[in-house]
Design a protein. Structure first.
Length: 131
């Protein structure tokens, strides 16, 4: 218990959070499909957080329509029920590593190759002489 209190105080005093991954899925809500992005963050002390971003819905003509906040809350609820969230993200939040998602130390230390990931190639951990 004391360990968690110390960790919470350290995070409040020196809040250092790094974006370690973005996962994308489609969620069906109110007869329309929405793209949902999961932004995965990790702090220096290993605490992990997820932010869910819902895009605007697209009508049949291809125009984006803004939706009310209650509509986005329903999409977020449905996004938490998807297989991606329940199997991968929820286990990652509880401390299990995922092969697609780097750790805080890999990102801050320059050991994760985001350039290859942006090009569409498989990311890999760089050697010491390549970093």
């Amino acid at each position: 218990m004391i360990r968690y209190i110390i960790q919470a105080v350290l995070e409040v005093l020196h809040f250092d959070m790094v974006l370690v991954g973005i996962l994308e899925t489609e969620v069906r809500y109110s007869y329309s499909d929405r793209k949902v992005y999961f932004y995965l963050y990790e702090t220096r002390w290993g605490t992990r957080h997820v932010k869910i971003h819902v895009t605007s819905r697209i009508d049949s003509a291809g125009n984006c329509k803004d939706s009310d906040p209650f509509d986005k809350m329903g999409v977020r609820r449905n996004a938490r029920q998807t297989e991606l969230y329940r199997i991968n993200i929820k286990s990652w939040l509880r401390g299990r590593p995922l092969t697609k998602i780097p750790t805080y130390r890999q990102v801050k230390g320059g050991k994760w190759d985001f350039k290859k990931l942006l090009k569409g190639e498989t990311p890999f951990v760089l050697n010491d002489d390549e970093a």
